[in-house]
Design a protein around this ligand. Structure first.
Ligand code: NAD
Ligand code: WQD
Length: 340
C-alpha cells in the first residue's frame, strides 16, 4: 500500500516508517519539521535501503494537502503530526487546538475529497484521565477530566473520529492509545531527539547519563503505590511502531471506528526505571526525591490492558525494560546532541 505518514520525521513516526518500508509499503512522509530534523530521512534510508517521499509543510495548509493527495495516490494515512508538549499546551492552548484539531480536520476533509478512507490516529493513554481503575481498557470512553489542552485535543479528536466512523461506515478508522514510549531503533541511527529541555522521564535519564543534565528529581514518593512513586506502562518504540503495521493489516476489516491500546500491560515505578537504567547501561543516575508534579498532574498508576490488541491485532510487545534502556542509551551515545 502507499501510506501517507504525517509527522513521519518525528520520534514514533520515524520508527514506524522503518517498519512500513521494511514490510514493502510505499511511504510518503509529511512533516513541517517543527519538532524534527530532516536528517532522519537519510537515517531511515540507511536502515532500510529504501527511501520515503518527503513533503515539508504543515497539516494546517489545505491547498498543499490537496496537491499532495492529487499527486500521490494514497491508500491509507497514519497520522502522527501534532504538537505534544503537555506543559507547553497550557501556555499555548490555541496553538495546540489549531494544529492538533484544526490540522486533523483539514487532513480528514482532504481525505474525504479524494475518497481515501483508511485512517490510523495517534491517540494517548492520557485520554483515560484520572478516574478510571487500572488496567485501562478500550471500552472506557475518553475522559473530559483530562487536565491539559494537549490531552483534551486527543479526547476531542477521538470523539470526532468516532462520529465520522458512525456516520460513514466506509471510513475505517483506528485510534491507537499509546502508553509511554521508550527506546530507539537497534541501529542507534534513529531515536528520540527532543528540541529544548526534555520533560519526560526517558529523555531526562539519558541526558543525565550523557552529562547534559545534573540530576533527576523524582516527582513525589508519597503515592499509594508499592514504592511510593508513580508507575507507568513503558513500551519500546519499535514495538509501538510494529503496532501500526499490525493495525494496517487489520484496517480492511474495520467498519467505522475502533480503538486499541498499545502498551505492555505491565507497569514500572519511577525508582524501578532508574534502577533498570543503571543496570542496563552501567551508568549511575544521581537523583533526589522532590515534590509531586505541579498541579498534582500525575496519576499514581497507569497501565494498559493489552488483551484487545493481542487478540484482534495479533500485537504483543516483545522488548523488555532492559532492551528499551540499552537501545535508548545506544542512540544517545551515538548522537550526544541528538540530530542537531
Ligand atoms: P514528535 O514531536 O517526535 O513527532 C511529531 C511530528 O509531527 C514531528 O516530526 C513534528 O515536526 C511534526 N509536526 C508537528 N506539527 C506539525 C504540523 N503542523 N504539520 C506537520 N507536521 C507537524 O512526537 P512523537 O512522540 O513521535 O509523537 C507522535 C504522535 O504520538 C503525536 O500525535 C503524539 O501526540 C502522540 N503520542 C506521543 C506520546 C509520547 O509519549 N511520545 C504518547 C502518546 C501519544
Ligand atoms: C513518567 C513518570 C512522572 C519527569 C506523558 C504525557 C502523556 C503521554 C506520555 C503523550 C511519571 C515521573 C518524570 C521527572 C519524574 N504523552 N517523572 N521526574 O507524565 O506518564 O506521560 O508522556 O500523549 O500524555 O503526559 O510521562 O515521562 O513525563 O513521566 O519523577 O523529571 O516519571 O512523575 O510518574 P507521563 P513522563
Amino acid at each position: 500500500m502507499k501510506i501517507l505518514v504525517t509527522g513521519g520525521a518525528g520520534y514514533i513516526g520515524s520508527h514506524t516508517v522503518v517498519e512500513l518500508l521494511t514490510e514493502g509499503h510505499e511511504v510518503v512522509v509529511l512533516d513541517n519539521l517543527d519538532n524534527a530534523n530532516n536528517i532522519v530521512l537519510d537515517r531511515i534510508q540507511k536502515i532500510t535501503g529504501k527511501s520515503a517521499i518527503f513533503y515539508n509543510f504543515s497539516i494546517t495548509e489545505k491547498p498543499k494537502m490537496r496537491d499532495l493527495f492529487e499527486k500521490e495516490k494514497i491508500d491509507a494515512v497514519i497520522h502522527f503530526a501534532a504538537l505534544k508538549a503537555v506543559g507547553e499546551s497550557l501556555e499555548k492552548p490555541l496553538q495546540y487546538y489549531s494544529v492538533n484539531i484544526g490540522g486533523t480536520i483539514n487532513l480528514l476533509e482532504v481525505m474525504r475529497e479524494f475518497n481515501v478512507k483508511n485512517f490510523i490516529f495517534s491517540s494517548s493513554a492520557t485520554v483515560y484521565g484520572p478516574t478510571y481503575p487500572v488496567p485501562f481498557t478500550e471500552d472506557m470512553k475518553p475522559s473530559s477530566d483530562t487536565t491539559t489542552p494537549y490531552g483534551y485535543s486527543k479526547v476531542v479528536l477521538e470523539r470526532i473520529l468516532e462520529d465520522i466512523g458512525n456516520a460513514d461506515k466506509d471510513f475505517k478508522i483506528i485510534s491507537l492509545r499509546y502508553f509511554n514510549p521508550v527506546g530507539a531503533h537497534q541501529s542507534g541511527l534513529i531515536g528520540e531527539s527532543p528540541i529544548g529541555e526534555p520533560k519526560n522521564l526517558p529523555a531526562i535519564l539519558t541526558q543525565i547519563a550523557i552529562g547534559k543534565i545534573e540530576k533527576f528529581t523524582v516527582f513525589g514518593n508519597d503515592y499509594d503505590t508499592p514504592d511510593g512513586t508513580c508507575t507507568r506502562d513503558y513500551i519500546h518504540v519499535v514495538d509501538l511502531a510494529k503496532g501500526h503495521t499490525k493495525a494496517l493489516n487489520k484496517i480492511s476489516e474495520i467498519s467505522g471506528y475502533e480503538v486499541y491500546n498499545l502498551g505492555t500491560g505491565k507497569d514500572y515505578s519511577v525508582l524501578e526505571m532508574i534502577e533498570a537504567f543503571e543496570k542496563a547501561t552501567g551508568e549511575k543516575i544521581p537523583y533526589e526525591i522532590g515534590e509531586r508534579r505541579p498541579n498534582n498532574a500525575d496519576i499514581p498508576i497507569c497501565y494498559s490492558s493489552a488483551e484487545k490488541a493481542e487478540k484482534e491485532l495479533l500485537f504483543k510487545a516483545e522488548f523488555s525494560i532492559e532492551d528499551m534502556w540499552r537501545d535508548s542509551w545506544r542512540f544517545q551515545q551515538k548522537n550526544p546532541n541528538g540530530y542537531q
